[in-house]
Design a protein around this ligand. Structure first.
Ligand SMILES: O=P(O)(O)OC[C@H]1O[C@H](OP(=O)(O)OP(=O)(O)O)[C@H](O)[C@@H]1O
Ligand SMILES: O=c1[nH]c(=O)c2nc[nH]c2[nH]1
Ligand SMILES: [Mg+2]
Length: 166
């Protein structure tokens, strides 16, 4: 996935991510099965920060991970699972909450859903193409927007406006 062709940038600060992940947690409370969520599964690595915030908000202590690797080589363009969560906990996904930071094309979630078909899938942000792959999300951005996460950014010096044209 290359950010260069994207026309717009949507910059997310830690504070914004915290607020949006909390808002998603509150929405997920209403979607919980009667017996509550059994476990959270974070899609590494981007799903780990929102999964921590959501599991804290919903008091879910069992947190596992699934790792999906996307290949950009000509032959291997499909993502594949390189680390699975504990099968004895997640089973077919019933009562399991899968968390990722965003859905873009939906290819990552496609393989994750195949592994846990009954799970509830939630992302903080969603783009239109991948939106059918999520059950819950908070904010939608257009397909030509690149989302910049706080862990990929750093504070930088910028020149003062006055005299900046020299
Ligand atoms: O809907 P898709 O088109 O599949 O894209 C969405 C996925 O891409 C990013 O992860 P990435 O694979 O870049 O790995 P990372 O989470 O380790 O940064 C993002 O965190 C999602 O998991
Ligand atoms: O940081 C990211 N921002 C995005 O918009 C995106 N889409 C896929 N993968 C992504 N990673
Ligand atoms: Mg990811």
């Amino acid at each position: 996935m290359d950010r260069l062709p994207h026309e717009k940038g949507f910059h997310v600060s830690w504070d914004q991510l915290h607020r949006d992940a909390r808002a998603l947690a509150w929405r997920l409370q209403d979607a919980a099965p009667a017996s509550g969520w059994k476990a959270v599964v974070a899609i590494t690595r981007g799903g780990m920060a929102p999964a921590m915030i959501i599991s804290r908000e919903l008091d879910i202590r069992t947190v596992d991970t699934i790792s999906v690797k996307s290949y950009n080589h000509q032959e291997q363009s499909e993502p594949r699972i390189i680390k699975s969560p504990d099968a004895t906990v997640v089973g077919d996904g019933e009562g399991i909450l899968i968390i990722d930071d965003l859905v873009d094309t939906g290819k990552t979630l496609e393989v994750v859903r195949k592994a846990m078909p009954k799970a509830h899938v939630a992302t903080v942000y969603a783009k239109p193409q991948g939106r059918p792959m999520v059950d819950s999300f908070i904010t939608e951005v257009s397909q030509d927007t690149w989302i910049f996460f706080p862990w990929d950014m750093a504070l930088q010096y910028v020149k003062p406006f006055h005299g900046s044209d020299d």
